[in-house]
Design a protein around this ligand. Sequence first.
Ligand code: NAD
Length: 480
Amino acid sequence: MTTQLFKNYIGGEWVAGAGTSINRNPSDLGDVIGEYAQADAAQARQAIAAAKAAFPAWSVFPIQERSNILERAAAEILRRQEELGRLLAREEGKTLPEAIGEVGRAGHIFRFFAGEVLRHGGETLPSVRPGIDIEISREPLGVIGLITPWNFPIAIPAWKIAPALAYGNTVVLKPADLVPGCAWELVDILQRAGLPAGVLNLVMGRGSVVGEAIVDSKDVAGVSFTGSVETGRGIAAKVVSRMGKIQLEMGGKNPLVVLDDADLDVALNAAIQGAYFSTGQRCTASSRLIVTAGMHDRFVAAMAQRLAALKVDDALAQGTDIGPVVDQNQLDTDLAYIGIGQREGARLAFGGELLERQKKGFYLSPALFTDADNTMRISQEEVFGPVAAVIKAQDYDEALALANDTEFGLCSGIVTTSLKHASHFKRHSQAGMVMVNLPTAGIDYHVPFGGRKGSSYGPREQGRHAAEFYTSIKTSYIAP
Ligand code: NAD
């Protein structure tokens, strides 16, 4: 059987790359999803030139037609939700229900921004000088470079492409090397929905080649990046040095605080969902479970029981709770951190073992550490796998201090029946998003998303706040 070749999309044409890369299913290494073009730097520059040429017309494209294109894309994504969900589960390894849910999110994001095209306006204010009017308007930036990670193969490209196009920018998208399939489908859907040539370009390939060509180009007015802290820091330095606009969404080491007065069932659900679902491969995963003394032993015993009942298997198999790790590299990282945690003196209370399943894949049982303290590497560094550590705190005050004692600040959560502690935590948690009696992972698509400290840099993503990054403000003074 021949493998299908998926090409790059530049200036309205599907074009072969300088090479190709095979996309494999982490649940079943024998399953090849397809062969995907790999661009070189010259091809990335062609994509940027195409986006630059398309910008003047797209920036003034009639808003009804712009909105219609986004709405048509939304409708097709939602109509094909199950099929695209299967592709997503095959290439990334999250379970089929999780993958179908992610595709639904992508569809709704396009629908939201189809509406945003029409709602987008400005302000008028009187001048302090008589007889003058002031108009505050937002204009698109120009060409936007989008660089995305592997863990949300369709939702993250969607939540960057939709606002970029809605506000009149043109786009060069470089998806993560591990998951080109969903990005390719998304671009195909958008081009068939009626985007003019050059408005959206897809260049698949290596970050160090294609990503860098985007980051270094003076024709790229803004770069929106989601990925690791290390890569993000390097990109930011380069973009800022040429005065480009930058938006970074990076790692997390998100705390879930469980107080003595918590409903145990709510706490267990939040911890299991937040720490282990999607194989723990979420920037919003709660990898630090900070539990106060009166609840600690009950919580740890019940967690081990719940974890034993979870099914780790093929992402497409019915009843799978946790799919495989995304690839060998990430699996090696997860195993290395499990070793580090043990050597640091934490107790591996459950899991952390390689598993064999019917098909060969990267299967790892969910790992729970207890007796951890917050200074350990497993408590401070992002693992990005199904690995969490329980840290005991004497009381609420200590739990809050531990929760904030991290260089990250994406998301945090508290499980409590005390309004006083919930309100205090909401105000004093140093995170961009706070959850009360909910898992740290699991967010809405129409409200701002992002963090503080080392987790995020620049304006928020999603919802109407996305306009902060994707537009530039102009203040006009008008005298009669
Ligand atoms: P990564 O940093 O390795 O790669 C992200 C993207 O950057 C990829 O497309 C990659 O090819 C590209 N890239 C790599 N080197 C580059 C370079 N020198 N120049 C330009 N581009 C380059 O991250 P990953 O492993 O794909 O994703 C996992 C990370 O993403 C985790 O740290 C996770 O926390 C983070 N993440 C954050 C959020 C968030 O919103 N905060 C969401 C999802 C994932």
